[in-house]
Design a protein around this ligand. Structure first.
Ligand SMILES: [Zn+2]
Ligand SMILES: [Zn+2]
Length: 286
């Protein structure tokens, strides 16, 4: 890994893993941090699945992030480990609710029903409030787009994403889902695949992916890099180097994400996480 460089241009594009813990018990114990991903993409900033702590992690980790510079929030589904900080970040993106600004893309059931995820008073502050549709590409600021991919996850509307940009590798995020037969096909273009993997062994009664499912995906897909994140308690304690060498193939480097890790999108290189003194011990990659 190379250290993060200072003074990069606005067009520097990268994924910053604010938190890599997933599901309820990892979240409430904070064995791994939660907070989702900060995405800087061709000069525009996005929060993806801002679970608990996203706002704090933006200020705590290096590179620091100013939530007031967010251009958009992308929410895969309504579960609290993905959505807890969506309102505070929408407030930041809209200048404390004083300026109509930004894009929020979320599933339909995150704004309908008895427990809407995005508060009503904030919706009118968002310049572009959009809901995912399976297979529909949505333009992002600049030259990028994101396509929603419908997933299967405990009866809620849930979507993965495929990001495309004319001068960068296509990359995708497989959010929480059970394995299904078209999953690999829908992410076939991705040179980088970030996959939410919760369990080591399959648990058919639970709609989350396991390491065994990742092995099945790698029989069909050959991205240059596959990053495991949203890790459950058991996987959080696994030996990352052993798991990576077991899963990696001649064509795919498998990486177990750690809190604070950065992937540069232009060349899919990894950067060491850098943390402030106030960050939790253990956040750095082994
Ligand atoms: Zn989750
Ligand atoms: Zn979920």
């Amino acid at each position: 890994m190379r250290p993060m460089e200072e003074g990069r241009s606005a067009a520097f594009s990268y994924i910053h893993f604010l938190g890599t813990g997933g599901a309820r018990f990892t979240m409430i114990s904070q064995i791994r941090a939660t907070g989702g991903i900060w995405l800087s993409y061709d000069g525009f900033n996005f929060s993806i699945d801002p679970g608990p702590g996203a706002l704090v992690r933006m200020k705590e980790l290096y590179p620091h992030h100013d939530p007031a510079t967010l251009n958009g929030l992308l929410l895969s589904h309504r579960h609290i480990d993905h959505s807890n900080d969506v309102n505070v970040l929408t407030l930041a993106m809209t200048g404390g609710g004083r300026q109509k600004n930004g894009t929020v893309i979320l599933p339909e059931d995150a704004i309908t029903g008895n427990e809407p995820i995005l508060f009503r008073f904030l919706r009118s502050k968002v310049a572009h409030l959009t809901t995912w549709e399976d297979g529909k590409a949505i333009a992002l600021p600049g030259k990028a787009s994101v396509e929603g991919v419908r997933l299967i996850h405990h009866g809620v509307d849930c979507f993965g994403f495929v990001f495309r940009h004319p001068s960068m590798p296509t990359w995708g995020l497989v959010s929480d889902t059970r394995m299904h037969e078209s999953l690999a096909h829908r992410f076939r273009e991705c040179e980088l695949l970030v996959v939410n993997v919760t369990f080591e062994k399959p648990r058919p009664e639970i709609d989350h992916l396991s390491i065994s499912d990742v092995e099945c995906l790698l029989d069909e897909l050959h991205p240059r890099m596959l990053v495991l994140t949203h890790l459950g308690r058991g996987l959080s304690e696994a030996d990352p180097r052993a798991l990576e060498s077991r899963l990696s193939t001649a064509r795919t480097s498998v990486i177990m994400a750690c809190d604070g890790m950065v992937v540069e999108l232009s060349d899919l290189s990894l950067k060491e996480p850098a943390i402030t003194a106030s960050a939790k011990k253990g956040d750095d990659c082994p």
